[in-house]
Design a protein around this ligand. Structure first.
Ligand SMILES: [Zn+2]
Length: 547
């Protein structure tokens, strides 16, 4: 390594000496140099002392660079210098276009976000386009992102719900042969637009109506372009074994790697099952199936409250669900299903975080038991009342996991981190919306709470999980490790100070301890201050063909 660094430096010197143009960079060996750091390179190796030299968007040298000049220098002051973190499940793709600073992501050290959980920004049918979903093709979104820039990089998966909605809508039925051909062509186009793979979110309409065979056919299209398959699997509870089996089968018959999003198990009656789940995945890996997972490091999940409703009641979507509530027979069955759910979840498992129906605002940020008391009724009736009057499903935080299960999953070497969160924008912060703390703290929490404080694994392993291991799961080969020739996504953080501050009760606090964030060679955070730069760009899959 030393010899090749030297050779590279020599080569740069030669190029520099032979160039006589008077651009400002010509006087300096590097555009940016990070000095006095302890380098954790992302491979899992313990730190070593070195400087990092960056030219353009690339790391060009690592070692003692004290003799080389640089246009800008970051003095790491003995802190850790590591690759930027890769978030395997981000929801910041929309805010990226309106508030590109993405402060909550940046202050967690996220430099690359993988987005498109089951549903991607484009493609859509022309008649389905609206203000927020305005991209007829997935490539239209990526082009817009490249035009506007964002603080961090984005890669997109094409959601299986996109072609389903475009061709069949929300109906609960199998696709015909002709519809299959249309959906395959849509996925094919998305892969050529630069999607990095196919994604599914199989608990939501309409993806829940897609059969395993349908998903295998779509996966095969993604596989042609070196794509991978990411999935919110069909069950994270009682049916998790069959849900995992389905994901394994899609990987095997589709011919692509599988990544399980937010691997978890609940509710209370299923606590303690994580070791068995891990063993099942490990057995597949032993047989040669490339299957891995990611988690957000919290024992509670956050989603739409309508996920409590039975599948049959959700057919056609949330609107149809509300119509069924008006039918006494359906209503009784739904209430019964809710009562069964509560018996299995225990007390204080359902926390109503956000309500979009103004007259119900007083029930926000309360456990459903408190809401029921306020309404002077039972929990199942309280739930039905919330749904019956809200045109949009309320949001919920489910306290459904066991901390030991979370830890057991997190410590597996092939498990990375996905925040499963948007980077909250100014409006959400000003209104104090009860967002899940993972939006602010996922990555620092792994460094601080789980690695440093609980010693679940060493710091170099925490960094490896969130850098090289995560980048490889997205088939991104030029990020995630600090090496000459890699893209310059680099962090500086204080390992003693890094910590998450956001809580369920008081979520809107940025994480601390990450002082400098460099994306494609440009600092977006310097000395813990945002710089306002937007060097982030789209990262496109191997099928990408420029239009
Ligand atoms: Zn999900």
């Amino acid at each position: 390594m030393k010899a090749s660094c030297l050779a590279l430096l020599l080569a740069i010197t030669l190029v520099r000496c032979s160039t006589t143009t008077a651009a400002k960079d010509d006087n300096a060996m590097f555009d940016l140099k990070i000095t006095n750091g302890r380098v954790l390179d992302g491979t899992g190796s313990p730190w070593f002392r070195a400087d990092v030299g960056i030219r353009g968007d690339e790391i060009v040298a690592i070692g003692d660079l004290s003799a080389s000049s640089a246009t800008q220098t970051i003095d790491a002051q003995n802190r850790i210098v590591s690759p930027g973190f890769v978030d395997l499940l981000s929801w910041a793709q929309y805010n990226a276009l309106t508030e590109p600073a993405l402060e909550a992501h940046v202050r967690q050290g996220i430099t690359t976000a993988i987005a498109g959980e089951g549903y991607s920004p484009g493609p859509r049918r022309p008649d389905q386009l609206n203000e927020t979903e305005r991209w007829p093709r997935l490539g239209d979104y990526l082009d817009e992102l490249d035009r506007k820039g964002a603080a961090i990089n984005f890669a997109l998966l094409v959601g299986s719900a996109n072609p389903r909605e475009m061709v069949i809508g929300n109906a609960d039925r199998d696709a015909t042969a002709d519809e299959m051909r249309q959906m395959e062509a849509i996925v094919n186009q998305a892969m050529r637009d630069g999607a990095i793979g196919l994604s599914t979110s199989l608990v939501y309409v309409p993806a829940m109506y897609q059969s395993t065979e349908e998903l295998i056919a779509l996966a095969r299209v993604a596989a042609k372009y070196d794509g991978m398959y990411f999935s919110h699997i069909r069950s994270e509870g009682d049916q998790i074994d069959s849900a995992l089996d389905e994901a394994f089968r899609i990987g095997r018959e589709g011919g692509l790697p599988v990544n399980i999003w937010h691997l978890k198990i609940g509710p209370r009656v299923n606590w303690g099952k994580m070791p068995g789940i891990i063993a099942r995945i490990a057995a597949q890996r032993e047989q040669g199936l490339d299957v891995s997972a990611n988690v957000y490091p919290y024992a509670a999940s956050g989603t739409a409250l309508s996920t409590l409703a039975p599948d049959w009641a959700m057919e056609g979507g949330y609107g149809d669900f509300r119509r069924r509530l008006a039918n006494p027979e359906d209503r009784a069955r739904i209430a019964e299903a809710f009562r069964t759910q509560f018996a299995r979840r225990g007390e204080r498992g359902v926390y109503i975080s956000q309500i979009f129906h103004a007259p119900h605002k007083q029930y926000e940020k309360k456990y459903i038991e408190e809401v029921a008391r306020m309404m002077n009724t039972t929990v199942d009736e309280a739930l039905i009342a919330l749904f019956a009057e809200s045109a949009l499903s309320p949001r919920v935080i489910y306290f459904l996991m066991n901390e030991d299960d979370v830890r057991y999953a997190l410590k597996q070497p092939w498990v990375s981190v996905g925040s499963d969160a948007d980077s909250p924008n100014a409006k959400v912060r000003a209104e104090g919306v009860a967002v899940h703390p993972r939006a602010y703290g996922s990555f620092p929490r792994v460094l601080g709470r789980y690695s440093r404080d609980e010693q679940l694994f060493p710091l170099e392993e925490a960094v490896r999980k969130m850098t090289s291991q995560a980048a490889l799961r997205a088939h991104i080969y030029d990020r995630g490790v600090l090496r000459p020739g890699m893209k310059a996504d680099v962090l500086v953080f204080d390992p003693a100070a890094v910590r998450d501050l956001s809580t369920f009760e008081d979520p809107h606090h940025f994480s601390e301890g990450i002082t400098d964030v460099v994306v494609n060679g440009v600092a977006v955070l310097r000395d813990a201050q945002l710089t306002g730069q937007v060097p982030g760009r789209s990262i496109r899959g191997r099928g990408y063909e420029k239009r």
